[in-house]
Design a protein around this ligand. Sequence first.
Ligand code: 4AD
Ligand code: MG
Length: 428
Amino acid sequence: MKRTLIQQARPEEPVLIQGFVEHIRNTRKMAFLVLRDRSGSLQATIEKELHPEWTGLLDALTPESVVSVEGVVRENPQVKLGGRELIPSALKVDSFAVPLPLTKDANIDTRLDYRWIGLRGEKERLLFEVQTCLVGAMREFLLGRDFLEIHTPKLIAAASESGADVFEVGYFGRKAYLAQSPQFYKQMAMAAGFERIFETGPVFRAEKSYTNRHTTEFTGFDLEFSYIESYRDVMTLEAELLTYALERVQQKYGEAIERLYGTSVIVPKLPFPVLALPDLYRELEKRYGYRLPASEQGDTTTEVEQLSFRFSMEEFGHEFLFVTDFAAEKRAFYHMQENGVPQGYDLLWRGVEITTGAQREHRYDVLCRQAEQRSLGEDVKFYTEFFRYGCPPHGGFGLGVDRLTMLLLGTGIKEAMFLFRGPNRLTP
Ligand code: 4AD
Ligand code: MG
């Protein structure tokens, strides 16, 4: 018999339902099993007198075992779970579960140890449905604008962002590194004349950070496109992309998110507000008495980011804020500069950085000079070569998918990832 999903089971039709046993109530005369598959839950109601052959099985059955149940669905208004129940005619246990090693209120570390069990919940499933929808909508948006999706190597010969945060791996007797970003290869695609590309893939950062928004491996949504006039074009594209994707999420999952996460999906208004960093400092000082430590000049800190959310809501009624005009020494060497000012931005959402973007330096000699200023000459020679044989002006950004998901649902990053990786966590 072919399997039917719980959600699609029609009354009075014979079905085969397969799933986990979420809950068992086994009384003298009756047994009630709540079955769960990816589409929902359904109660199976067993009159034990009719099936004496199942007595042993029902006594031994444990929660979270996996079963196959054939039967007929009946409408029954007395059943709390959707007003219907399954009357089984055949019952088979495919996998017995031993008692669960954790309770629902276990701490996050125990939950991560047994991540596959924690992921069985409706709430957790929703997170991945939302993430699938979000990334799918972004992909769709870009495909509709003639972007190509590419896949670049993660084993590389030189650090792509900074030397400090890179994981080193042995590579047949020499050193290789795990890519901190697809940056160099995105730009190679520009030199290849692809004009518009994006990639979604793993990004590695050897950062010993123990915050609720840092991880050592995350999923990056990166794009790059040619013939821009300035980094403002990159900002415009990103704002449109996010608005499109969030609108899609709101339509499809807004209610479920409200119900299970208690938070609303707000489709942002275009254009997003933009502020230069020195102006942002000034506003934070004026409004909230914030004083930036001298050592942090030219960059945003966690505190600045959080305060700027308050500011952005009060001033613009907007959850997103573009910040521009960072200090050159705080930004990557490949950002184009004008009068010493990097032509790039960070995008903050609900007070957390979700993106860094920029126009890139495509002029070979200027790029080489900027690399040498950071003593990067030899390391990035393979990269600067991309710009010697003709390369259009271009820009792009890197967006953290895990941070996006986390902010959308109001969780920490550990809950927003299928499997979190941190300085102290490499398993499961
Ligand atoms: O700001 P980042 O380091 O920028 C780059 O990788 C550039 N190549 C992007 C560009 O095209 N100019 O990383 C991009 C984004 C961040 O804004 C953040 O959302 C996310 O990646 N991210 C992290 N997410 C989780 N854990 C970490 N340790 C992260 N580091 C960056
Ligand atoms: Mg950044």
